[in-house]
Design a protein around this ligand. Sequence first.
Ligand code: ADE
Ligand code: ZN
Length: 314
Amino acid sequence: MSNILENPKAELHIHLEGSLEPEMLLKLAAKNNVSIKYKSIEEISNAYKFNSLQEFLDIYYQGMSVLHTEEDYYDLTYAYLTKAHQDNVTYSEMFFDPQAHLARNIELGTVFAGMTRAIQDAKNNYGINGSLIPCFLRHLGENDALKAFDKLMDYRKYFIGIGLDSSELGYPPGQFKNLFELARKEKLKLVAHAGEEGPANYVWEALDILGVDRIDHGNAIHSDQELIKRITKDGIGLTMCPLSNKCLKVVPDLHYHQTRNFLDAGIKVTINSDDPSYFGGYANDNYQALINDLHLSDKEVRQLMQNSLDVKFK
Ligand code: ADE
Ligand code: ZN
């Protein structure tokens, strides 16, 4: 009997910088002369223990500082797409954080050249398709985002949408209204991380003020029946990331994960890896974790995979 995990699926919530495996991190640090705190894979693995989103983000931004050349961005992207293909992901919408690279004087041309060449090679070699979605860092505020958006417009043909990520509490989505209005005029798809650590109210703002097409995470929706109704009625996709939620203590453990409740409510929930090298697994590891802990049936798993194909942008 074939394993349900071999079925085709889309991955819609993966940060490329979060797929930087410890081996590649150490290799690139040595090649690019970047001094990092860690001497071995073991030291890195020991550091990957988090109590909150912020604790993770501090380590994640340090980790990505080893990325310098077009080749580095190529290797990062190609390695992720190889793993995704092994999990029978046939299409992936990949996030990255342009401001985190610009802040280190890496030009967007370098980032896009490496990433787009890897996407093309992975398509030729594996048949997997991929699209890019640059995300803006909430903790830097809207003015910095607008400056980065302006630079990104030189590369408009290389991405399909924009997103919003980084620290959530204290940065309600409504603060980025002008940015999202500009992006909408450019016919870009719109997504935002909301309701990961933040309250349901942030999800309302992402929908009503930013006009997003999908919500990334959205765990907090469970506390608001009106919001559940709204998201169901409008067919808004939810890109959930169980292993991330467990590692960042968004849920006490996966027995409490909201996936089944949201599926039962008729929400287009999807399962994704977020930052696979930090949270212990790629797409299929996330499905498997829910099969183990929520005892999802094959029918439920099939529905989650179908949802991913229904709410993808291309
Ligand atoms: N950037 C990378 N992973 C993230 C997450 N889970 N939440 C917010 N920003 C992120
Ligand atoms: Zn994310």
